[in-house]
Design a protein around this ligand. Structure first.
Ligand SMILES: C[S@@+](CC[C@H](N)C(=O)[O-])C[C@H]1O[C@@H](n2cnc3c(N)ncnc32)[C@H](O)[C@@H]1O
Length: 279
């Protein structure tokens, strides 16, 4: 219970109502400790819409077709990300995963990667840089990355591929020179991801709780720091769906505080948070 007087009454009933809708729609579980965070994120929506109480806002959320519903969903997601976050994954991608998949897919010369829960695209473009660096140019490989997220705002940012200088701290100088264009004039504090990387990626809004609108086999799935917000049952269903579209022996990367232990036996642990699909 917060002692600070709030601008709008936000009772247990309101909190339980919004977190119930959030979990049913997105899988995101909002614990009691998230109450102040939820309040401060939704207050912005009340101010924006001109709605002056949570009773009315809750009624509005009863209609998932209402345009506010999308803003609500965007408000409850947590989009923390960075370029080359958990860099050991990108080293393994370059040193182990890609050489193995290139050997395996030599006949088709195709590689499909999915960045699931891609947020603003920093994970996706980090993958794209490694793919471009490892797979020789003009070698005939058809490499595609699908990048999806529930949140429409982050998908828009990711598609634009424009970042400010503060957000590229994880990128080496060499990569900055090779893969980013500097803005000029009023955009001088911005960097744009090169066309070569952007062309490899298709960004789409997708709720991981819904049926996947595509078929596999997908060679590599990154789904990092997404299921940490889901309960075990939701995780079980999701990893079952991943396994169904994942190539046999395909690689799965999950976040540093996530595990498939007691979630699925269709993947075998290779290294800390990196798995192989085995059945
Ligand atoms: C913390 S970010 C992780 C971003 C990136 N994968 C990384 O590790 O840096 C989690 C992302 O999962 C997305 N997300 C949460 N629930 C989702 C769902 N049901 N379907 C698709 N994406 C979801 C959020 O919108 C958010 O952008």
């Amino acid at each position: 219970m917060s002692l600070v007087k709030k601008e709008f009454d936000f009772t247990d009933k309101h909190f339980n109502h919004v977190r119930d809708i959030a979990t049913r729609h997105s899988g995101i579980v909002l614990s009691d400790g998230k109450r102040d965070m939820v309040y401060s994120r939704l207050v912005r929506r009340l101010r924006k819409t001109g709605i002056d109480n949570f009773d009315d806002y809750c009624i509005l959320l009863e209609n998932p077709g209402h345009e506010e519903f999308t803003h609500f969903v965007n408000a409850i997601t947590t989009n923390l990300t960075s370029f080359f976050r958990e860099n050991h994954h990108f080293e393994m991608l370059a040193d182990v995963v890609l050489p193995d998949i290139m050997k395996r897919n030599q006949a088709t010369k195709k590689i499909k990667v999915w960045s699931a829960g891609c947020s603003t695209g920093m994970e996706t473009y980090s993958i794209a840089m490694v793919l471009k660096e490892v797979i020789p140019e003009n070698s005939g490989w058809d490499v595609k990355i699908l990048a999806t997220d529930l949140d429409t705002n982050v998908i828009a940012t990711a598609s634009n591929g424009i970042y400010n200088y503060d957000s590229v701290t994880g990128v080496s100088d060499k990569r900055m020179t090779r893969w980013f264009m500097r803005g000029s004039g009023q955009h001088s504090d911005e960097l744009k991801v090169s066309k070569k990387l952007r062309e490899m990626v298709t960004f789409k809004q997708l709720n991981l709780l819904h049926p996947f609108p595509f078929k596999g086999p997908i060679d590599i799935i990154f789904c990092r720091n997404v299921v940490i917000y889901f309960d075990k049952e939701t995780q079980k269903v999701l990893f079952e769906k991943f396994a169904n579209i994942h190539a046999f022996n395909g690689y799965l990367f999950i976040g540093h505080s996530e595990t498939l232990y007691n979630v699925t036996d269709r993947y075998k642990l290779l290294r800390n948070t990196v798995y192989n699909k085995i059945s």
